[in-house]
Design a protein around this ligand. Structure first.
Ligand code: IPM
Ligand code: MG
Length: 366
């Protein structure tokens, strides 16, 4: 029986990068004899225009029925004036929440070929391989009450609520400890327990869990210090676990260390490791429609899908090797291009990855 992949292109560069990643997925599936079927549905601003809501029920139903989801990016300035509940981002938050995709894995890996594109000195980042485990369906992103109210004085006040239940902390904690076990067995939990009670509890639960994982070394860091350490000496980290908002911020910072946010893939998993795969970058309206977006983060997200949801680790390795080979050839989209490199567009980058997959297959069969 074939596995059903739901493709949600979204807005601006979303459809551009997803088109390339879908080609790569189809190609690698054919090479490795994986039976997959791709279908497409709308989300974000595109869905809002077509149906009046950023996540139509039909999209959600098909997402529930799918074996895995590939998402581009949502949002854009044309929807800035839309009422808050209908904003494209709400579609993304709702699908994460409805599908219970609490575990967001964001690996920040520096491809050696891109050391010069990093904003840090090559010696600070060479060999960098961090995994950020971000809680994705709780915390201040979802806490109630929330809103903007008018006080008696007539002044308006915005408010959100930062909450985590023990079970939510434990669930993301276990995913992080398990992930650390598969890597260098070091886990740094990031919180703000010097100020926020919710993260006092967070730290307590992480400590308690540590007893079940004696082979993993657990440390704690305040989020301000973690931001500083990420740009000072990022190689000290192996796995970082943190809440929704801190994870959003730290993963963008970590992305820049790898040369470009255009290189960072992600997996968002539910309790059964069913997942949605998306680049960490946004919809980049400033470069959309110019064939200038870097499709590699989405292509690398396909590799994560093959590994975590489709049980095809060899195919995942092949995609990652193909990306590396393309970088070896000096091909770069504008975001990672230095004067020594050959600049290419989104489609040409997709072509190059597919050509590299073919070259790898030829070498293996030779
Ligand atoms: C991300 C994005 C989203 C988030 C936005 C688009 C809602 O920044 O995936 O990191 O904040 O989670
Ligand atoms: Mg973000």
């Amino acid at each position: 029986m074939s596995q059903r992949i739901l493709v949600l292109p979204g807005d601006h560069i979303g459809p551009e990068v997803v088109a390339q990643a879908s080609r790569v997925l189809k190609r690698v599936a054919a090479d490795f004899g994986l039976a997959i079927e791709l279908e497409e549905a709308s989300i974000g601003g595109a869905a809002l225009e077509a149906t009046g809501v950023p996540l139509p029920d039909s999209t959600l139903e098909r997402a529930r029925a799918a074996d895995a989801i590939l998402l581009g990016a949502v949002g854009g300035p044309e929807w800035d004036a839309v009422e808050r509940d209908l904003r494209p981002e709400r579609g993304l938050l709702k699908i994460r929440s409805e599908l219970g995709l609490f575990g967001n894995l964001r690996p920040a890996i520096l491809y050696p070929q891109l050391a010069a594109a990093s904003s840090l000195r090559p010696e600070a980042v060479s060999g960098l391989d961090i995994l950020i485990v971000r809680e994705l369906t709780g915390g201040i992103y979802f806490g109630e009450p929330r809103g903007i109210r008018t006080l008696e004085s007539g002044e308006r006040e915005g408010y959100n609520t930062y909450v985590y239940r023990e079970s939510e902390i434990e669930r993301i904690g276990r995913l992080a400890f398990e992930s650390a076990r598969k890597r260098n067995r070091r886990l740094c939990s990031v919180d703000k327990s010097n100020v926020l009670e919710v993260t006092v509890l967070w730290r307590e639960v992480m400590e308690r869990l540590a007893a079940d994982y004696p082979d993993v070394e657990l440390s704690h860091m305040y989020v301000d210090n973690a931001a500083m350490q990420l740009v000072r000496a990022p190689k000290q980290f192996d796995v970082v676990v943190t809440g929704n908002m801190f994870g959003d911020i730290l993963s963008d910072a970590a992305a820049m260390l790898t040369g470009s946010i255009g290189m960072l893939p992600s997996a968002s998993l539910d309790v059964n490791s069913r997942g949605m795969y998306e680049p960490c970058h946004g919809s980049a309206p400033d470069i959309s429609g110019q064939d200038a977006a870097n499709p590699l983060a989405t292509i690398l997200s396909v590799a994560m899908m093959l590994r975590y949801s489709l049980a095809a680790p060899a195919a995942a390795d092949a995609v990652e090797a193909a990306v590396s080979r393309v970088l070896d050839r000096g091909l770069r989209t504008p975001d990672i291009c230095t004067p020594q490199d050959q600049q290419v567009g989104t489609v040409a980058m997709g072509d190059a990855v597919i050509a590299a997959l073919e070259a790898n297959t030829l070498e293996e069969s030779a």
